[in-house]
Design a protein around this ligand. Structure first.
Ligand SMILES: Cc1ncc(C[n+]2csc(CCOP(=O)(O)OP(=O)(O)O)c2C)c(N)n1
Length: 386
């Protein structure tokens, strides 16, 4: 058995400095240890898939990351692990527990996952090892994990068993209540703009120092078709993960960060609104291009017609939220968001449909990720308001 402080110290020597996850009772000592360390960043995510997206954003912004979760949450994380980390080659140290270990009495809901945890990790193409059981094994195990993450560009998993880590009390200050945010409504009666028209306007007004993450599907494809810039990251897969990725970048960068989200994607990971509101990066602008449909998969309606995303964002702690339905309204809201600082939500109702000649990014996701990482690494001259 090791202590949480042993792990944190060795992981720190190996360069791991950003943690995120969702708790499991087997992880309590580790999470308590991280939360009690003032020098370490920990983001408590709403779901394990969101944690993987947040960690990916933090990696893009130059951090070496750890995701911690229960093996039931491994199920929630499979989508981003396979469709974000794999194509973009984004590593993370993935600590998952082994609830339901055969032969050890546990709750019925862990039985199936307990039987398949290691097989599932291998099946999705990740290397793994049992969590190092002794202090002297920690350094070599972490060095091996880092070596494999660097060689493959992929996450590496440690499977944590009950009592692998000694109990550790929690020393965490309660979260402060957020300052109430400001709402702006731009009443627009005219025809709704197309996504391409909004993206064209966006490209004309986005600060050149901003990092931009475009959600999966036609949004990223249209953005790429209109202009391919090093400040862009075209998300493929991991639907709903763009906002988590944006949060991970924003918390670790002085640059303005803009997430171009879709209504279907935002609804899939609505919990991320709460995480963004709570961790409240001032440099994050979350633009929601709401066409009321899953446009990328044939235009099937989402339920967004009855959803007031600006109200949700404010209720979650965003500092600014605008609702608009025209190019002019969008431009005013976007400039106001940059000026006053975020987290900001711009809910823009647009028309369904996409450009007639729609390309797909010709740069491979792994190259886009590295290009974006290099872009973020250049120091900025004009950070957003603090
Ligand atoms: C987890 C997951 N489920 C489903 C899909 C298939 N899919 C790709 S894009 C998309 C629609 C996204 O809708 P929205 O966010 O509203 O953006 P739009 O297509 O309207 O621009 C769907 C369902 C996927 N890529 N990943």
């Amino acid at each position: 058995m090791i202590t949480a402080d042993d792990f944190i110290a060795e992981a720190g020597h190996a360069g791991f400095d950003f943690y995120t996850g969702v708790p499991c009772s087997f992880l309590t000592p580790l999470i308590n240890g991280v939360l009690s360390s003032p020098s370490l960043a920990y983001v408590g995510a709403a779901s394990e898939g969101e944690a993987v997206a947040i960690a990916s954003g933090a990696w893009l912004a130059g951090r070496r990351t750890v995701v911690m979760c229960q093996n039931s949450g491994l199920g929630n994380a499979v989508n981003p692990l396979t469709s974000l980390n794999a194509p973009f080659r984004i590593p993370t140290l993935f600590l998952t527990t082994w609830r339901g270990e055969p032969g050890i009495p546990d709750e019925p809901q862990h039985e199936v996952m307990g039987h398949i945890t290691q097989d599932l990790i291998s099946l999705i193409g990740l290397e793994q090892a049992p969590f190092p059981p002794a202090r002297q094994a920690l350094g070599p195990a972490l060095a091996h994990a880092v070596e494999r993450m660097e060689a493959t560009g992929l996450p590496y998993a440690f499977v944590v068993k009950k009592d692998d880590v000694a109990d550790r009390p929690l020393d965490q200050a309660p979260r402060a209540l957020p300052t109430p945010g400001r709402r702006a409504d731009y009443p627009d009666g005219g025809p709704r703009p197309s996504r391409a028209a909004v993206l064209e306007r966006f490209l004309a007004i986005v600060p050149e120092e901003a990092g931009v993450i475009a959600t999966t599907g036609k949004c990223g494809r249209e953005l790429f078709t209109l202009a391919d810039r090093p400040q862009h990251l075209y998300q493929v897969g991991s639907m709903g993960g763009a906002s988590g990725m944006g949060l991970g970048v924003a918390l670790n960068s002085k640059r303005p960060v803009v997430v171009l989200d879709g209504d279907g994607a935002a609804l899939m990971k609505l919990g991320t609104f709460a995480t963004i509101g709570a961790y409240a990066p001032r440099n994050l602008v979350h633009v929601l291009l709401d066409n009321g449909v899953h446009d990328s998969t044939g235009g099937q309606a989402t339920v967004s017609v009855s959803v007031d995303f600006a109200a949700i964002a404010l209720a979650c702690g965003y500092r600014y939220a605008a609702s608009c339905a025209s190019l002019e309204g969008f431009e005013q809201a976007f400039r106001a968001a940059l000026e006053q600082g975020g987290p900001a939500m711009i809910h823009l109702r647009i028309a369904p449909g996409s450009m007639a000649k729609l390309g797909r990014p010709t740069v491979k996701p792994a190259d886009v990720a590295r290009r974006f990482r290099d872009f973020l690494a250049v120091p900025v001259t004009e950070p957003m308001p603090a």
